[in-house]
Ligand binder design. Structure first.
Ligand code: SAH
Length: 196
């Protein structure tokens, strides 16, 4: 598992915003992810009314799906366009408010109150701002984080989950010499060392 070729690669926030502006968002899927359906029981573990976190959420349709099942969904995404498209594409009324603890950040919340999307960098969040979560859906998140930021990302995620939480992580397996990413190749051994 040679991750060498991708180690130094950096995608800036500006580049992510541009991807959204250009509609260069091949990562977005209109259909709910089959692995979330497959492992939903693992995520829920018999519990209801969970707080579920979507790091680097984009406009993932699974947020609506889980909210409709009675869970409370919190996401974080740098692109305000993505956040607004999420609400408009699901015809969900929302309000927006500043986040006092984070300069420049806004929180977009569905009027029904069960979906809250923070528009800022994930690295601006902490459990004192967003609380702790019972479940995490990490698809297109760890694999989208710059390789040099993985340790920081993993430590932050660990600080945002409750003791009895479930964390579903989707990675992709491919030869990192052949694509520059994202999504980046995160070998299983690295997942182990990041999350233990
Ligand atoms: N998880 C989503 C989106 C994956 S693409 C899905 O499954 O469809 C990665 C997303 O992370 C992009 O929308 C990008 O704008 C966002 N992003 C990149 N860096 C970020 C950061 N530091 N904080 C918050 N969002 C970020």
């Amino acid at each position: 598992s040679d991750i060498g070729p991708q180690k130094e690669r950096v995608v800036t926030e500006e580049e992510w915003l541009q991807k959204w502006e250009m509609g260069n968002i091949g990562f977005h899927k209109e259909q709910g992810h089959p692995l979330l359906q497959k492992y939903l029981d693992v995520l829920l573990n018999g519990r209801s009314g969970l707080r579920i976190f979507f790091p680097l959420c984009g406009k993932a349709v699974e947020m609506k799906w889980l909210a409709d099942m009675g869970h409370s969904v919190v996401g974080v995404e740098v692109s305000e366009q993505a956040v607004k498209e999420f609400f408009s594409e699901h015809s969900l009324p929302y309000c927006e408010e500043p986040v006092p603890e984070i300069s420049g950040a806004k929180m977009f919340q569905s009027t029904s109150g069960n979906i809250s999307l923070y528009c800022c960098s994930i690295y601006d969040l902490s459990s004192s701002i967003v609380g702790k979560f019972d479940g995490v859906w990490d698809r297109g998140a760890l694999v989208a984080v710059n390789p040099c930021d993985r340790q920081r990302y993993a430590s932050l995620m660990i600080s945002l989950v409750e003791k009895n939480s479930s964390y579903l992580l989707v990675t992709v397996s491919y030869d990192p010499n052949k694509h520059k990413g994202p999504p980046f190749y995160v070998p299983e051994s690295e997942v182990q060392s990041l999350f233990g």
